[in-house]
Design a protein around this ligand. Structure first.
Ligand code: HEM
Length: 211
């Protein structure tokens, strides 16, 4: 019954909106935790927070849920894009004429797939890194002292920002919650806080620790 509900194109878009909004909740929590990097206490609170999460009994179920939501979101995005392409063989030119679209919305699939690639590199470097040589805080600081790494992160956050900017308003429209102009301003604010917040971290670490 549930599978049938989400297999039509409207159902798929609905599920894509719900899974996308759930990922915003994760991003907000992750950013809040990462802001402990700014504490100026040599990483004491950041490391303590990470240790606390690692020992938490809900960590594994939450991580499994997060992986399921993320993979469902990616699968739905690819599937909806393919459906749209099949229904509209001449590409997005028609949509441009109908208005309300910009290049951020037209490149959603690509900015989304780029975020997926970013995530693979990110998890490899932080979550699954060999931490025997030091604390997690030291690993983050060391990583962002490399100009290529810090610059790559800032660039990735700009692309993620475009994805977040368009997807936020799009998700609410799909769910039938039309806040019109207020929604547009809200999605810009959410995108600036999340992508800007994540993007400032490598920039700040690089500029404040490298001479
Ligand atoms: C400057 C920006 C960021 C920093 C400094 C950062 C830092 C970290 C660190 C240190 C970890 C490992 C945490 C631990 O093992 O205790 C981590 C995990 C993770 N990060 Fe990030 N992150 C950033 C941006 C992002 C973004 C933009 C995303 C999503 C698009 C993301 C998604 C994740 C995920 C999914 C995990 C694994 C969470 C878990 O399984 O517990 N991160 N991040």
């Amino acid at each position: 019954m549930l599978a049938r509900l989400f297999s039509g194109s409207v159902g798929k878009k609905f599920a894509m909106a719900l899974t996308g909004l759930a990922l915003y909740v994760f991003l907000a929590g992750h950013l809040a935790g990462n802001l402990l990097l700014f504490k100026g206490d040599g990483g004491a609170q950041f490391n303590a927070y990470s240790e606390y999460l690692l020992r938490h009994p809900l960590l594994v179920p939450v991580e499994l849920g997060l992986i399921a939501v993320f993979l469902a979101h990616v699968w739905l995005a690819i599937s909806v894009s393919l459906d749209n392409r099949r229904a509209r063989p001449q590409g997005y030119q028609v949509e441009r004429v109908s208005g309300g679209r910009n290049w951020a919305s037209a490149t959603m699939l690509y900015s989304g797939l780029f975020t997926f690639l970013f995530l693979v590199i990110h998890l490899r470097n932080f979550k699954y890194a060999d931490r025997a040589g030091g604390t997690l805080y030291e690993l983050v600081i060391r990583s962002f002292q490399t100009p290529l790494y810090a610059g790559g992160y800032v660039l990735a956050m700009i692309l993620l920002g475009f994805h977040l900017w368009h997807s936020f308003q799009s998700a609410f429209q799909t769910l039938g919650i039309d806040l019109s102009r207020r929604l547009r301003s809200l999605s810009i604010a959410v995108c600036l806080v999340l992508a800007g917040g994540f993007g400032v971290i490598p920039l700040w670490i690089y500029l404040s620790t490298v001479r």
